[in-house]
Write a protein that binds this ligand. Structure first.
Ligand SMILES: [Zn+2]
Length: 250
């Protein structure tokens, strides 16, 4: 039975997030690390970020086109072959039963060992940022789809054969318990996020990302640095609360 600890690499993973660039900001280092180690990764983007600009040059349709292109490019940089866009309205996402069923269908089709999503309880970050309602909705819908719906045989048989996800890696969690050493993939994470030019313009995002990953690493317990025995802490890390759904078989 896997321990789902810092050194674990799943065979397959599905990241379910609200907007193009969410994955890159929060878990890009982990995705790059896992895909480099052979994990088959699927991105499921619930919206195409079609409200995400103050630039009046765009329409919602043209912005969605640009942002899907940016996401595909960024997925390529991260080593991710499969990107699914569900094309709900940006700033309009609600964790409805219909959305839950859509996600169950995707989970049952791709059968990921691990699902990654945002913490739907993370409302406030410091005193400057109220979490985007789409991030909360995406996290809630993802968790509800994983458990219990995707694994219940009698529920929505038309959505595919039941599938049990082994673990959920919850990002932006208030109480993380697992730190993944992403020191070796920070460059890839920065390159992937930089592909989102409609969001960043010419801004150099590297100092922000490095600072954030350094802060995460500082909160990591001793011994989480990859490949080092003993007291090492990683230089850069991404933090998760991990829900271990696979019970040990007796
Ligand atoms: Zn977002």
């Amino acid at each position: 039975m896997p321990r789902f600890d810092a050194g674990y690499v799943p065979r397959s993973a599905m990241a379910i997030y609200a907007h193009p660039d969410d994955i890159e900001f929060t878990i890009g280092g982990t995705i790059a690390k896992w895909s480099r180690a052979g994990c088959d990764v699927t991105f499921v983007l619930l919206t195409s970020g079609n409200s995400g600009t103050h630039d009046r040059m765009f329409t919602r349709k043209s912005l969605a086109r640009v942002r899907e292109r940016e996401e595909r490019e960024s997925a390529r940089i991260l080593g991710v072959a499969r990107v699914v866009f569900l094309r709900h309205g940006d700033c309009e996402l609600v964790p409805t039963l219909a959305l839950r069923k859509e996600l169950v269908r995707r989970i049952r089709r791709h059968r990921p060992e691990v699902v990654l999503c945002n913490d739907p309880q993370a409302l406030f970050f410091g005193d400057r940022y109220i979490n985007h309602p789409d991030h909360l909705a995406a996290g809630k819908a993802a968790l509800e789809a994983v458990f219990p719906c995707a694994e219940m045989e009698l529920l929505w048989p038309g959505a595919g054969p039941a599938h049990k996800v082994h673990a959920v890696y919850v990002s932006s969690a208030a109480a993380p318990d697992t730190w993944i050493d992403v020191t070796g993939t920070m460059d890839t994470k920065i390159a992937a996020l930089s592909a989102h030019r409609s969001q960043l313009g010419d801004q150099d995002i590297a100092p922000y990302l490095l600072g954030r990953a350094r802060d995460e690493a500082r909160r990591a317990p001793a011994g989480t640095a990859a490949g080092k025995k003993g007291a090492g802490r990683p230089e850069y890390a991404e933090a998760f609360r991990v829900m271990r759904l696979l019970r040990e078989e007796k």
